[in-house]
Design a protein around this ligand. Structure first.
Ligand code: N01
Length: 530
């Protein structure tokens, strides 16, 4: 393809799809490139057993079209991956989005020309598209992190990564499985793989805190209530720190102000209810370690009471601050370690030494299996952007501009890269929110900005070095007021060896939205328009 368009978009997940909707509203031409064979992004790739969203279904969906949100019927409290993918496909059908998307195509480079203020995008299918604007809708958790272990190539069995799961599924029956990782993806898949395989060995570097999801069939009365005032329900969610959970009771006092009995009863109630509401019983879990210790100890006691073998229970005991890594929600995770066909191996003090033909070696002991599953997460927030050869002014690469860590203004743009927008880029609330709410806010901001430029005959928008360094400092100052930076999370890039440690997501969706709106009201303050 050789084509010239107003807007080139990379990625056809929820962000790329909505960008097509907005571009068409503005009567602009748009070309999306997507590596997968269909829409859905995260929900297209992450097909591992048990994959489901940890934000409730009625909230994790588009709000921009009232008929769409009224008509779509979710079946479970937390939607499983196949249903979310079906929803994305339904939206693509309903708005006829696929005509502007070229699938099975990976964007290789995006270069800005200062001569004519356009971007040139090239792909692995030899397409060349020029565009006034480029929108990276590449997702925050879309670049699989596959740690390199010596000997990895020598393993002769099947190998999978949770984030790149085969479309036809995996038949584990009668097979022994080794699974590396105990984050959200592992915690969702482990109970199901354990049930469906002959034997499962889990290799754990850091024990995670997990809370029961209490997933169930969706409560139709609750759905009817939400739908009777859906726009108001969405607005109420947008006013929450994470843009979700307006139905969660939020404690407004410190955990330290209650008696032991009151606290324990409250924790029990929340444990029984399941979900992220567990950490909302008091208002200071992520502010004070004394408060955090109380709720962390409650979960540790739950683990002790569920897991029968004391040595395994000890290994499963998380020691970090609860909530500073993304809290996991599970269905029968800790119970799975009571099964006869499951073993937990700690790889913290003795990291995985190497992979062999038939398994892997830890502390000199070889563990053998037929199938190896990497549940090792993602090069989050920056990985997918930095895989593309993105070049702005003076032929400077994004990798070079971000060598010390990602620098953006509002998570939307980086100095030296005019007319380039990121949807839910580093420095925006993104992964600390209901992603679809964040995506809608970003795409609408970008669309309004492009419309403003067209109406005012402006050809270039770009932030400044000063705006972005102040913004990064602000994002980190907000994080530093909390316990978030206290552990080695992917929010900090700490899961990928050599990645600069920068706290990437901004905490606080409503404040962020106010800031974005103020920037516009003040004539795109912090940007230079020409
Ligand atoms: O990835 P992770 P994930 N040797 O990075 C381990 C979202 N999500 O795919 O903690 C040994 O959390 C690593 O160990 P450690 C959600 O936002 C949402 O599970 O770094 N182990 C960790 O245990 C989530 O947070 C949903 O010490 C190694 C695991 O691999 C995010 O995606 C479901 C290792 C990776 O855990 C990422 O989750 C799934 C090594 N060299 C995902 N390298 C829901 O909506 C890494 N590990 C519910």
């Amino acid at each position: 393809m050789e084509r010239s368009v107003d807007i080139a978009v990379v990625g056809a997940g929820f962000a790329g799809m909505y960008t097509v909707v907005k571009a068409r509203e503005m009567n602009m031409t748009v070309q999306v490139f997507e590596a997968g064979t269909d829409v859905g992004g995260t929900w297209y790739w992450n097909r591992y057993p048990g994959a489901r969203c940890d934000i409730e279904s009625v909230e994790y969906s588009y709000s921009f079209d009232n008929t769409l949100q009224q008509e779509w019927e979710w079946t479970e409290r937390y939607a499983p991956q196949p249903e979310i993918l079906k929803y994305a496909q339904h939206v693509a059908d309903r708005f006829d989005l696929r005509t502007d998307i070229q699938f099975s195509t990976r964007v290789m480079s995006a270069h800005f020309s200062e001569d004519n203020n356009t971007w040139t995008i090239t792909t692995d299918k030899d397409d060349v598209v020029t565009a006034r604007f480029v929108v990276f809708a590449t997702g925050c958790l879309s670049s699989a992190n596959r740690p390199h272990f010596p000997g990895a190539e020598s393993f002769t069995g099947e190998v999978y990564h949770t984030g790149e799961w085969p479309h036809d599924g995996v038949d584990f029956s009668g097979k022994s499985v080794g699974l590396i990782g105990t984050g959200s993806s592992a915690i969702q898949s482990i109970p199901i793989i354990a049930q469906g395989s002959a034997y499962l060995t889990v290799f754990q570097r850091t024990a995670s805190f997990s809370i029961p999801a209490r997933n169930e069939s969706i409560d139709r009365d609750y759905v009817a209530k939400v739908k009777s005032a859906y726009p108001e329900f969405r607005d109420a969610n947008r006013r929450q720190t994470g843009a979700f959970g307006s139905n969660i009771r939020r404690g407004e006092t410190s955990a330290l102000e209650s008696t032991d009995e009151e606290r324990w009863a409250e924790f029990e109630r929340r444990w029984d209810e399941g979900g992220f509401g567990f950490l909302s019983s008091y208002n200071d879990f992520l502010l004070h370690t004394d408060a955090n210790d109380l709720v962390a100890e409650f979960v540790r006691q739950k683990i002790r009471s569920i897991v029968k073998d004391p040595a395994t229970a000890d290994l499963l005991m998380p020691t970090q601050v609860i909530g500073c890594k993304r809290l996991c929600l599970d269905t029968g995770y800790y119970e799975t370690f009571n099964r006869d066909n499951v073993t937990l191996v700690a790889v913290d003090n003795h990291p995985i030494e190497r992979i062999t033909e038939h398994g892997l070696v830890v502390d000199g002991v070889e563990h053998t299996f037929d199938v190896l599953v990497y549940a090792t997460g993602f090069d989050a927030m920056t990985g997918s952007l930095l895989k593309i050869d993105i070049r702005g002014r003076n032929n400077q690469s994004l990798a070079d501009a971000w060598h010390g860590g990602p620098v953006t203004y509002l998570g939307l743009n980086t100095a030296g890269f005019p007319n380039m927008f990121m949807v839910s880029g580093p420095g925006s609330p993104s992964v600390l929110t209901n992603m679809i709410m964040s995506i809608e806010q970003h795409v609408e901001w970008i669309a309004n900005c492009i419309a403003h430029m067209s109406h005012n005959n402006l050809s270039v928008i770009e932030t400044t070095e000063q705006s972005q360094s102040e913004w990064v400092a602000f994002v980190n100052a907000v994080a530093d007021k909390t316990l978030y930076p206290s552990c080695n999370s992917w929010y900090l890039g700490a899961n990928v060896p050599g990645k600069p440690r920068v706290f990437m997501p901004l905490i606080g969706f409503p404040t962020y939205v106010d800031k974005c709106n103020d920037v516009v009201r003040n004539g795109y303050e912090g940007f230079v328009l020409a």
